[in-house]
Design a protein around this ligand. Structure first.
Ligand code: GLN
Length: 280
């Protein structure tokens, strides 16, 4: 069997299981199977596959057909300007989260040393993208998941920023180290009862811990805002990712904790997604 035929067959299987982009996924999984990139696949469609390769490919197709996200099968996801190592212990980095990075880079153009805290660092996608672009930035990442910290560490080494990074396993409310010029966070903000209505890939495969914001979706957000107000320097900046319907509630929480609201940005779906505030 050649690459072309296998991809077509794989794609048909995915389609029959209602996977949204069956052909693209089949191509990516083929690339993973034969350890090449997608361009190679498209230029070598007539190449014959070994029996082993065919078996491994169909195995991946089968796992994907149950809804397991492609990023967890390939163990990587592109974010900002790097490929991040991810496993099913981490949230898969999302394009909308790049809004945090954009804002952070806009706010860290000065040459002075800047201390950054990332609350719920996960794969490290936010903090490490900033550190990679700004040599004057030093980062601390906290997470309650030890496995995530390991993954962040691996990504930091890959991005060659580990000398400017420290990671701590900690609950947000128990963390008390340092004072920060900039605090960033993409906390879990989905309402508990809405978790089951997320897309199947997300609901069944991504870590609950990274998504579940409690009954009103704000239980972690409240802790993050409160802790940030304690650990941030005066005039320090705070950048937070939020749920599409949380803007007003979060603005109130921020004001109560002594923050001035600078801006709110929408994601590509036109939902309010990223808030920038200053501690006054
Ligand atoms: N900071 C990581 C990200 O944005 C993890 C966030 C989370 O797990 N809620 O992808």
């Amino acid at each position: 069997m050649n690459i072309d035929l296998a991809i077509n067959e794989g794609s048909k299987i995915l389609k029959s299981k209602f996977i949204p982009n069956p052909l693209l996924d089949a191509e990516i999984l083929m690339a993973k199977t034969i350890n090449k990139d997608r361009n190679y696949i498209l230029l070598n469609l007539n190449k014959t596959l070994s029996e082993n390769q065919i078996n491994s490919f169909y195995k991946l197709i089968k796992i994907r057909s149950y809804g397991n996200p492609v990023a967890y099968l390939t163990k990587k996801r592109f974010f900002w300007n790097t490929e991040f190592y991810v496993t099913s212990d981490t949230l898969i980095p999302r394009p909308e989260t790049e809004l945090i990075v954009e804002n952070a880079l806009r706010l860290t153009r000065q040459k002075k040393k800047i201390n950054i805290l990332d609350i719920g660092v996960g794969s490290g996608c936010i903090l490490l993208s900033i550190l990679q672009e700004r040599e004057n930035c030093y980062g601390i990442g906290i997470d309650i998941s030890k496995k995530c910290l390991k993954i962040s560490q691996i990504n930091a080494i890959n991005l060659q920023v580990s000398s400017r990074l420290k990671l701590y396993k900690s609950d947000v409310d128990k963390f008390n180290i340092g004072k920060y010029d900039l605090i960033v966070s993409n906390p879990p903000y989905i309402k508990k009862f809405q978790l089951k209505y997320l897309e199947r890939d997300v609901a069944n495969f991504e870590p609950r811990l990274a998504l579940d914001g409690g009954l009103d979706g704000l239980s972690e957000v409240r802790k993050v805002i409160k802790k940030s107000s304690e650990l941030i320097k005066k005039n320090g900046k705070f950048i937070l990712e939020i749920g599409f319907d949380q803007k007003n509630k979060i603005i109130n929480l921020l004001k109560k904790e002594g923050f001035y609201l600078n801006s709110i940005q929408k994601d590509l779906g036109k939902n309010d997604r990223c808030i920038v505030a200053t501690k006054i």
